[in-house]
Design a protein around this ligand. Sequence first.
Ligand code: ZN
Length: 132
Amino acid sequence: MEQFSLTTGSRCQMIDITGQVRDILYKSGCAAGICYVFVSHTTAGITINENADPDVPKDILAALEKLVPEHGSYRHREGNSDAHVKSSLMGSSQTVFIEDGKLVLGTWQSLFFCEFDGPRRRTVWVKIMPAS
Ligand code: ZN
């Protein structure tokens, strides 16, 4: 299993991590299989969505903020309940097929690390599982 770190720059942010995941895949030399990407944090997540228009991640973050406002009648004493809920909505992992040594992603798709309680230093885990 491989890992890489990233430092987020604001409380809520989506960062395209497709390049880092691709680098790990290329180093592995795997031609076909499954790439599993996992975020080991309770206030961050990972999703796949559009990489072409930077307004898409902004709209996703704005919609999440509308659904789960930062300030609300939460019980969790740490004061970051919205970040925990947003983390669960996005999920903590994504699975991408590997074919011909490449990630099988649509033209407009990227893997995004989703920060909901930054800025922080974060870790992403990547497991490349060859098909045979
Ligand atoms: Zn908390």
